[in-house]
Design a protein around this ligand. Structure first.
Ligand SMILES: Cc1cc2nc3c(=O)[nH]c(=O)nc-3n(C[C@H](O)[C@H](O)[C@H](O)COP(=O)(O)OP(=O)(O)OC[C@H]3O[C@@H](n4cnc5c(N)ncnc54)[C@H](O)[C@@H]3O)c2cc1C
Length: 447
């Protein structure tokens, strides 16, 4: 069993693409602890199917920028959108450097696929398991680094902080049941989305927005907590548990949505929120719990080479996509809001960073454009690491000890109860924000 030390230079909470890429970009002379709630593959990064965007050529810049802004209802932060697009080629180069195998054209150039909301193909992919391909290589690279320690089954229950800075975390080791107070000069929250608080979600159930609740408790700014994305196409099932995603690139490659009479009823390549609304309206009209997705317009060879995981999963559930339509239904998928972070991942609390899906830097606005998430997570995680490297200074030990002494340890005696309370905090914050937005809308309409 790995024994945790009391102090690290950097602690990173999360082993998705954001946590791993941050760790890989911290100076090799700094000790880095990376923790995750269960095993490292229980991250949404591992599940990503469709792919990761890359600016294919300079001439596409404006179009890619406009697609991202349009999907986000122009509520995006143009500064972070620009940084993401400009940094996309470097991110893909880094990944290839780690050994990630993206699909290629016969001439060896990168092959691009298309998804809803994109005006042209600009998405790099590896079959329909892009996330697994990327995460596996990042994990191998991180494990090979002497300065990075990755410890599974360790759950962050709180941060150690005062009104001046963050000094580390309180964490519970799920294997030996021990409670740790772990100090760090810098703490990075890379703890993913909030799908685990919803009944129907494509996310792993362990992703319950703990970091978000902790930040809300400590007055760290959080933005747009009610900006939650519903993915139009998950495989309909009466079973409980995580919903299986049918990647948007299936529609990008030609699959169509059909009503109960097997008639098309919408443009399948509109942004996710638009397609979801059309599906819900159709289901209401038809009195059904799902609509049909027909993958047969996609050439058979393309389906076999590009979507083997989806084909197999559907077969396991009793559907042969080559012969029949599959039932699909919208489900919670992504969280556009989150812990407020700047272009370098810094939160409003000194020495505390937030990267990946748990943060909100405004890239996605009100609705994320497909395949921008892996890219955004990787890019801003690298920038956070670079920011830490360039401003590195040790924490104030006496302040850290005072913050530790002020902790009410009894609060952590029942982690299950505490994590349940955290879920409730997130739910309540979402409800409060929704109510505020509805009030503002009503006032606008009245004026
Ligand atoms: C089915 C599916 C398909 C997707 N497809 C795509 C796609 O094709 N392209 C794209 O761009 N995006 C896609 N996304 C979205 C994308 O995968 C995620 O937004 C992105 O991977 C988030 O990365 P992350 O590193 O921020 O979080 P994650 O990869 O979710 O990692 C979160 C980590 O935090 C840890 N953690 C959480 N809470 C705690 C705690 N309290 N203590 C310790 N550890 C904790 C977890 O254990 C986990 O290791 C998809 C998402 C899903 C669910």
């Amino acid at each position: 069993m790995i024994k945790l030390e009391k102090k690290y230079d950097v602690i990173i909470v999360g082993t998705g693409v954001a946590g791993l890429n941050c760790a890989l970009n911290i100076s090799p002379d700094k000790s880095v602890l990376v923790i995750c709630k269960e095993t490292p593959d229980k991250s949404d990064s591992y599940l990503a199917q469709g792919g990761i965007c890359r600016l294919p050529e300079e001439g596409d810049y404006q179009c890619y920028f406009d697609d991202t802004m349009r999907a986000g209802h122009y509520e995006n932060n143009p500064v972070t959108v620009d940084a993401m697009i400009r940094g996309s080629q470097e991110v893909i180069d880094d990944l290839i450097g780690y050994g990630v195998d993206f699909a290629r054209n016969p001439d060896g150039s990168l092959a691009y696929t298309k998804e809803g909301g994109h005006s042209r193909p600009r998405i790099c992919f590896h079959e329909d398991t892009t996330g697994r391909e990327i995460t596996t290589h990042l994990m191998a690279a991180a494990r090979a680094r002497r300065n990075i320690l990755i410890v599974p089954y360790v759950t962050m229950l709180d941060i150690i902080c005062d009104d001046k800075a963050c000094y580390g975390i309180v964490a519970k080791d799920g294997k030996n049941g021990r409670l740790y107070r772990l100090f760090a000069d810098y703490t990075v929250l890379a703890s993913g989305g909030i799908g685990g608080i919803f009944e129907n979600s494509t996310n792993f159930r362990v992703l319950t927005g703990d970091a978000l609740a902790i930040c809300l408790n400590h007055g760290v700014a959080v933005d747009h907590i009610n900006y939650i994305q519903i993915h139009p196409t998950t495989l309909y099932s009466k079973k409980k548990g995580r919903r299986f995603l049918i990647s948007e690139s299936v529609r990008g490659e030609g699959a169509v949505l059909l009503d109960k009479n097997f008639q098309r009823f919408t443009d399948e390549l509109k942004p996710r929120d638009v397609v979801t609304a059309a599906m819900r309206e159709q289901m209401k009209k038809d009195g059904t719990d799902f609509v049909w997705l027909d993958m047969r317009p996609i050439p058979r060879e393309e389906v076999i080479s590009h979507f083997p995981g989806i084909v197999q999963h559907c077969l396991n559930e009793g559907y042969d996509v080559f012969r029949e339509c599959i039932p699909v239904v919208p489900a919670q998928h992504y969280f556009m809001g989150g812990i407020r972070s700047d272009t370098n991942g810094a939160t409003t609390m000194p020495r505390l960073y937030a990267v990946g899906e748990t943060c909100c830097n405004g890239v996605h606005g009100k609705n994320r454009l497909a395949s921008n998430s892996l890219l955004e997570s990787l890019l801003f995680a690298k920038r956070a690491a670079q920011d830490i490297n360039s401003h590195y200074s040790p924490e104030d030990i006496s302040a850290a000890k005072a913050a530790e002494a002020a902790l009410d340890i009894s609060k952590y005696s029942n982690p299950t109860k505490l994590l349940r309370e955290y879920k409730q905090i997130v739910h309540s914050a979402i409800d409060a924000e929704n109510a505020k937005c509805a009030e503002a809308q009503a006032a606008k309409e009245e004026a």
